[in-house]
Write a protein that binds this ligand. Structure first.
Ligand code: ATP
Ligand code: SF4
Ligand code: MG
Length: 358
C-alpha cells in the first residue's frame, strides 16, 4: 500500500493556507442534498458520509438515480440551479467547502478537486481546438502565460496518450476514446489532488474502456492522484478501486474494501447488485434483474428505503432507518440484519463470491 504521507509530499503546490496537514484528504460527513421541484423537494442525497485518503481510489456504485452524480457534484459545489446542500460537511484537508463563498471555492475547485462530468466527452466545445480547451484553465485558474499554458497542454495530451501535434484538432476529428482522454487531460490541468470520474468509460467500447482505466491507474500511481470513480460497471470498480461505496436511494448501503464487499456482500442490496452482475468473463448484464424500482425520492419510504424490494425485510425495516454498523474488517453496512452492539462478531451471510475482477 502506498504511503499517504509520501503521496502528499509529491504535491507540486503547497497545501492551501487553511489546510490542517494532519487532516484526511477528503471527509464527507452526513451530506444531504435537495432538488427543488414544483411537486416537492427531491431528497437526492440523505446522510452520506465517506472518507478518501491520499492516493486511494474509491468506487461509487448503485442503480440509476441513487445519487452518485449528485454526491460528486456536491464535492465541487457544481449542483444544478435547483439543487442545494441542505446540511453536512465536505472537508478537504480539514477545510469545510460547504460554507465557502464562490470566490473562496475557486482556490479548491479544479485546483484540488476536479471532475470529469458524466457524458462530458460529447460536451466538448465543437469549435474549440482541444489544445486551447486544455490550456484555458491553466491560464485562467493558475495565472500562467499563454505560451506556458499551451506548452503544459501539450504535455498533458502526451500524458494521456495523445500526440501533442493533435492539440490543433477539433473534437469531431478525434475518436470517442481520444475525446475522453482529452477530458481527463482537462481534469488534470491544474494538477489536482482528487479527480472524480463520473462514468468516464461508459460510452466507450471495451478495448478503449480498458485503455482509459489503465491510464487512470497509471496517473494515480505516477502523480499520486486520488480517484473517485462512479460507474455502473462493478468489474471496473473491482479492477481499479481500493474501496467501494454502494448507494441506494440517496444513502450509503455498504462501504468498505472492494475485496471484502465483493467477495462477501452483507447488505441485501449489495448482494442483489452483485448477483445481477454475474462475472467479468460473462456477459455484462446490468442491474435490471433486481425486481421493482428504486423509490420516488420526493417521498421516499420511511425506515429502510430498500424495504419494498428487500427479500429479507422485517417489520422494523419499514419503520426505523437502519443505523450504520461498522465491522472489524473495515466494512460498514446500514441494515437491520446487523445489530449494532456485536457487529464485529456477526456472521457474514453466505453469498457465493462472484469472481468479479478475478
Ligand atoms: N436537477 C435536478 N432536479 C431534480 N431532481 C434531480 C436533478 N438532478 C438529479 N435529480 C434526481 O436526484 C436523484 C439522484 O440523481 P443522480 O443524477 O445523482 O443519480 P445517479 O446515481 O448519478 O444516476 P445515473 O446512474 O443515472 O447517472 C434522482 O432521483 C434524480 O431524478
Ligand atoms: S434494513 Fe431491512 S429492508 Fe433494509 S436491507 Fe436490511 S433487511 Fe432489507
Ligand atoms: Mg449519474
Amino acid at each position: 500500500m502506498t504511503d499517504p504521507a509520501a503521496i502528499r509530499g509529491r504535491r507540486q503546490w503547497p497545501l492551501p493556507k487553511l489546510a490542517d496537514p494532519t487532516a484526511p484528504l477528503l471527509l464527507v460527513d452526513d451530506l444531504a442534498v435537495r432538488f427543488r421541484m414544483p411537486e416537492g423537494s427531491v431528497k437526492a442525497v440523505d446522510g452520506v458520509s465517506f472518507r478518501l485518503d491520499d492516493g486511494e481510489a474509491l468506487g461509487i456504485a448503485g442503480e440509476s438515480g441513487c445519487g452518485k452524480t449528485t454526491t460528486a457534484l456536491s464535492l465541487v459545489r457544481l449542483l444544478p440551479a435547483n439543487g442545494r446542500i441542505k446540511s453536512g460537511k465536505v472537508e478537504l484537508f480539514g477545510i469545510d467547502l460547504v460554507p465557502r463563498t464562490e470566490q473562496q471555492l475557486a482556490r479548491y475547485r479544479w485546483r484540488e478537486i476536479s471532475i470529469v462530468f458524466q457524458g462530458a466527452m460529447n460536451a466538448l466545445n465543437p469549435v474549440r481546438r482541444i489544445g486551447d480547451a486544455i490550456a484555458e484553465p491553466i491560464e485562467v485558474r493558475l495565472g500562467q502565460s499563454r505560451d506556458a499554458s499551451r506548452k503544459r497542454a501539450g504535455e498533458l495530451l502526451e500524458l494521456v496518450g495523445i500526440p501533442r501535434q493533435r492539440a490543433a484538432a477539433y473534437p469531431h476529428e478525434l475518436s470517442g476514446g481520444m475525446r475522453q482522454r482529452a477530458m481527463i487531460a482537462m481534469a488534470l490541468a491544474c494538477d489536482p489532488a482528487i479527480v472524480i470520474g463520473d462514468e468516464p468509460t461508459t460510452a466507450l467500447d471495451v478495448m478503449v474502456q480498458a485503455q482509459i482505466l489503465r491510464l487512470l491507474e497509471q496517473l494515480r500511481r505516477d502523480l499520486g492522484l486520488s480517484l473517485i470513480l462512479i460507474t455502473h460497471d462493478l468489474s471496473v470498480i473491482a479492477e481499479t478501486c481500493d474501496r467501494v461505496m454502494v448507494m441506494y436511494a440517496g444513502r450509503v448501503a455498504e462501504e468498505g474494501p472492494v475485496r471484502r464487499v465483493f467477495s462477501a456482500p452483507r447488505h441485501p442490496y449489495t448482494q442483489k447488485l452483485l448477483s445481477a452482475f454475474p462475472n467479468i468473463h460473462a456477459d455484462r448484464r446490468t442491474l435490471d434483474v433486481i425486481p421493482g424500482m428504486p423509490p420516488d425520492l420526493r417521498n421516499p419510504p420511511p425506515g429502510c428505503r430498500f424495504a419494498p424490494r428487500c427479500p429479507m425485510a422485517m417489520p422494523v425495516c419499514t419503520e426505523v432507518v437502519p443505523p450504520e454498523v461498522r465491522f472489524a474488517d473495515g466494512v460498514r453496512v446500514a441494515c437491520h440484519l446487523y445489530p449494532t452492539a456485536d457487529a464485529a462478531t456477526v456472521a457474514v451471510p453466505a453469498t457465493p463470491a462472484r469472481g468479479i475482477g478475478t
